[in-house]
Design a protein around this ligand. Structure first.
Ligand SMILES: *Cc1c(COP(=O)(O)O)cnc(C)c1O
Length: 432
């Protein structure tokens, strides 16, 4: 199996960032998320550099929902990244990580009044998703005596090749304002006393393994840029969203590179802004591409059962990695303590959750796993821990960072007490 540079097999053991995963599992226990921070900064630099070679004003905003660990956000903040934040919680994370407010964009199709007030207070730009929200944001800014800088989220009505649950720019999607109505929306924004429209924003979907849809979206965006410039908006950024996919099937998926992405998108953007006579910053919001391949989820084998298929029962399932169950997603799996052994049959890796769909990997060729073995689920860095739950009252696991050949905890495991910590006895509290 093709392996990215930060993963290797040494003396039969899977290593990440030069560290033996079996040693990490021994030191910290399983299940365990292990994240190579150097891989993340490397991914970030590559993504930024191939865009900024073509245009100096490029800003990469990390999509915080992909991985909200503070150590990850801090590593990206030190590189100069901003963030796409989708809630007051993600805004808080980004600010705590040291990201500059002017490099954040508060996104979301359903923001509460307190979200809007928080965005105004923090002085971050807001991607407004409806005219109703515009009015509310204007009021929030008026109350704070401030001006809120905004973009509108454009719905570009594009079909994209990905799982329907993560196609976000379809005409029927809940996100954004239809491109035909966008000029009218900007005209309303210009008329608001406490709003200044400064950007345009879209995001067409996630895990897209072709670059052509991004070029099409950029085309829609420069058309929108022209229209809104004509009515008097002074655009300071054009945000094309995220969505570049990664090859979860290491040997068979196409693996579009950021260089290919830049080559497809930047000419459309550059020609478009030149025609409009403007020079807005180019903003882009990768999530998965920056962090997806940086983490492995290490799970221990509890038991093996020969049934209709051979099930390898491990100590974590969709409580810690929801993607296989939620999106039918594929993740490569490796028996980490016997990584050099040849496969001798096909095995289905099943989690401990009380749901039939709790399968991490199905019918995979592996060297016969045994109780006590360690299985590594690869490419778990995006939408992995960040989508985890305590379902079945399973505490969430620890997360370990590796960097420069060293390792350290970046999130402790939850305990059983953590599960009940927020529960209260209603007996003394009943009210009428
Ligand atoms: C989820 C999301 C992203 C990131 O998507 P990836 O596929 O992880 O790159 C970027 N922008 C917005 C608005 C999003 O909702």
């Amino acid at each position: 199996m093709k392996m990215p540079q930060h993963l290797s097999v040494e003396e039969g053991h899977l290593n990440i960032g030069g560290i033996d995963t079996t040693a990490l599992a021994g030191a910290y226990g399983t299940p365990l998320y292990v994240t190579d921070l150097d891989r993340i900064t490397g991914n970030y630099r590559r993504f930024r550099d191939c865009l900024s070679e073509r245009y100096p004003q490029v800003q990469v905003l990390f999509a915080a929902k992909a991985n909200g660990n503070l150590a990850v956000m801090q590593a990206l903040a030190r590189e100069g990244a901003g963030a796409d934040v989708f809630s007051s919680g993600e805004l808080d994370l980004a600010l705590r990580a040291g990201m500059k407010p002017e490099l954040l964009l508060f996104n979301g199709s359903s923001k509460s009044r307190s979200d809007l007030a928080r965005a105004v207070e923090a002085g971050v730009r807001v991607s407004v998703d409806s005219l109703d929200e515009l009015t509310q944001l204007d009021a929030a800014a008026a109350e704070a005596g401030k001006t809120a800088e905004i973009a509108f989220r454009v719905n570009p009505a594009l079909e994209v090749p990905t799982h329907p649950k993560i196609a976000t720019g379809l005409r029927t999607s809940k996100f954004g304002i239809p491109a035909e109505e966008i000029s009218a929306a900007y005209a309303e924004a210009l008329a608001c006393e406490h709003i200044e429209p400064v950007g345009i924003h879209c995001h067409i979907g996630s895990q897209i393994l072709e670059v052509e849809p991004f070029a099409r979206a950029a085309g829609v965006m420069v058309d929108v840029a022209r229209e809104v410039t004509d009515i008097g908006v002074r655009l300071r950024f054009v945000d094309v969203g995220g969505g570049l996919g990664i090859p979860y099937h290491h040997d068979t998926d196409p693996a579009p590179t950021p260089e290919e992405y830049a080559a497809a998108v930047m000419p459309v953007f550059l020609d478009g802004i030149a025609e409009c006579g403007i020079d807005p910053a180019f903003w882009v919001e990768p999530g998965r591409w920056l962090v997806g391949d940086s983490s492995v989820l290490l799970v221990g084998v509890n038991s093996v059962k020969r049934a209709h298929r051979t099930f390898v029962n491990v100590d974590a399932g969709f409580n810690l990695l929801a993607r296989p169950t939620m999106y039918d997603a594929y993740h490569e799996v490796i028996v980490a303590n016997r990584a050099a052994e040849p496969a001798d049959g096909t095995y289905t890796v099943a989690g401990p959750i009380c749901e039939t769909g709790d399968l991490l990997a199905q019918d995979r060729p592996l060297p016969a796993p045994r109780a006590g073995d360690l299985i590594a689920v690869l490419d778990a860095g995006a939408y992995g821990f960040s989508m985890s739950s305590q379902y079945n009252s399973r505490p969430r696991c620890a997360e370990v960072a590796v960097s420069g050949g060293r390792h350290a905890l970046m999130r402790r495991a939850e305990s059983l007490d953590d599960i009940t910590a927020t529960m209260t006895d209603p007996a003394p509290l009943w009210k009428r």
